[in-house]
Design a binder for this molecule. Structure first.
Ligand code: AMP
Ligand code: MG
Length: 385
């Protein structure tokens, strides 16, 4: 699946759009941080030698709020009132915090001495201009984005988000908010899969009510072919009649197969019109589990992530489960990291049991050769959060 989707191209994106994306190049600091010596306190810039004999009284010759750009030289025997983050004036070698003075504006009485350099944050204390601050492959979280904004970057080289067309098929599907007729159900896969794409960092375009009709399916798909990197369908791939996705794509670059897993047996993948295609089964739990196992890692890899798998853990089952021979089973579970790493199966194996999935925080992975797992067995769980 990762080879099918490939790597997204590198683009310069505004910082605000880069959350969760991966730096494509090393970043060299264009400036130092802090860019200039500045005050760590609200107080007075002084020469340490002038207040060595404190208490002393000094004339206040200037006022330096943060952001002041034209600085006067600090004359010997005087003080400049200064705020946190404001540049330390030439001639000063220390800041005395306001709490150790009377806070005066014309003259100030200084009650304590401080050492040379006190309360000054030196230029380049944090980052030196020319240093590599972050390397290619770094995932951009708020702290990294904050640092890069502080260094003055407006845009960053990142692999862009994959654009995924999430297309749900089924003539029985109705838009939530409308009335159901007997035999109809609300469309849920589209919303679930589109939000899962976004959670993984991709962009999702949602096309929800494509009927089980090949002509209509192609008509719905055609306008989007040029603007997406991945087509991800749900439904219409199993063994019945009216399998619209299978009918529409068979012989056109998409292979359909049965995977030895439960849920999520019927799957298809390939390329159509130059676009990567993944066809997920229609049962909601099958669709979501298939996304987790096959699609999510591939989407992350396409953005340049190296950690693409969920966190895994070992846990002891609180109750017995059975599993079909020859299939990897993904059961929904509630993992409790606090009470000695145990996991409780939630609901049965049925792939229509969406509420059980909603009450779970992990998938319990039962290997192909295991058929009976008594309570207390150690299993591998795939965390979903
Ligand atoms: P299918 O593979 O199309 O036969 O679908 C299998 C089951 O999943 C059927 O019960 C469908 O009604 C249901 N299903 C398919 N697509 C969706 C969807 N988008 N939202 C909710 N249920 C769906
Ligand atoms: Mg269907």
């Amino acid at each position: 699946m990762a080879e099918l989707i490939g790597r997204m191209p590198v683009e310069q994106l505004p910082l605000a759009d880069c959350l969760g994306l991966v730096l494509a190049e090393d970043v060299v600091a264009p400036i130092s941080l802090p860019p200039f010596d500045n005050s760590a306190m609200d107080g007075y810039a002084v020469r340490a030698a002038d207040i060595a004999g404190a208490p002393v009284e000094l004339p206040v010759a200037d006022d330096i709020p943060a952001g002041k750009t034209d600085l006067k030289h600090l004359a010997a025997g005087s003080a400049h009132r200064i705020m946190t983050g404001a540049p330390v004036p030439p001639g000063a070698d220390a800041v005395i915090q306001v709490e150790l003075t009377d806070g005066g504006t014309a003259t100030v009485r200084v009650n304590s001495a401080v050492a040379e350099g006190a309360n000054i944050r030196r230029a380049a204390d944090d980052v030196r201009a020319g240093d590599t601050v972050l390397t290619a492959g770094t995932v951009l979280r708020p702290a990294q984005l904050g640092l890069l904004a502080a260094l003055g970057f407006a845009a960053l080289p990142v692999r862009r988000r994959p654009r995924v067309l999430v297309l749900s098929t089924g003539s029985e599907l109705v838009e939530p908010g409308h009335r159901l007729l007997p035999g109809q159900i609300y469309e849920s896969n589209g919303l679930m899969l589109a939000t899962a794409v976004r959670e993984a960092g991709g962009e999702a375009k949602l096309l929800r009510f494509v009927p089980d009709d090949v002509v209509e399916f192609h008509a719905a798909l055609a306008p989007h072919l040029r603007s997406v990197d991945v087509i991800m369908t749900s439904g219409g791939v199993s063994a019945g009649a009216y399998e619209v996705v299978k009918d529409a794509f068979t012989g056109r670059g998409v292979e359909f197969t049965r995977v030895a897993m439960q849920p999520g047996g019927p799957q298809g993948a390939g390329r159509y019109g130059g676009v990567a295609v993944v066809t997920l089964p229609g049962n909601p739990v099958s669709a979501q589990v298939s996304f987790e196992v096959f699609v999510r890692p591939a989407l992350l890899a396409s953005m340049g992530h190296t950690v693409v798998e969920r966190q895994m853990a070992q846990a002891a089952l609180t109750s017995a489960i059975t599993s079909p021979l020859g299939k990897t089973q993904f059961r929904r579970g509630a993992y409790d990291p606090e009470s000695n790493q145990v996991v409780t199966p939630v609901g049965g194996p049925g792939s229509h049991l969406l509420s059980a999935l909603a009450l779970s925080n992990c998938l319990i992975e039962v290997p192909e050769d295991a058929t009976e797992l008594p309570a207390g067995s150690t299993v591998t769980v795939r965390m979903l959060m």
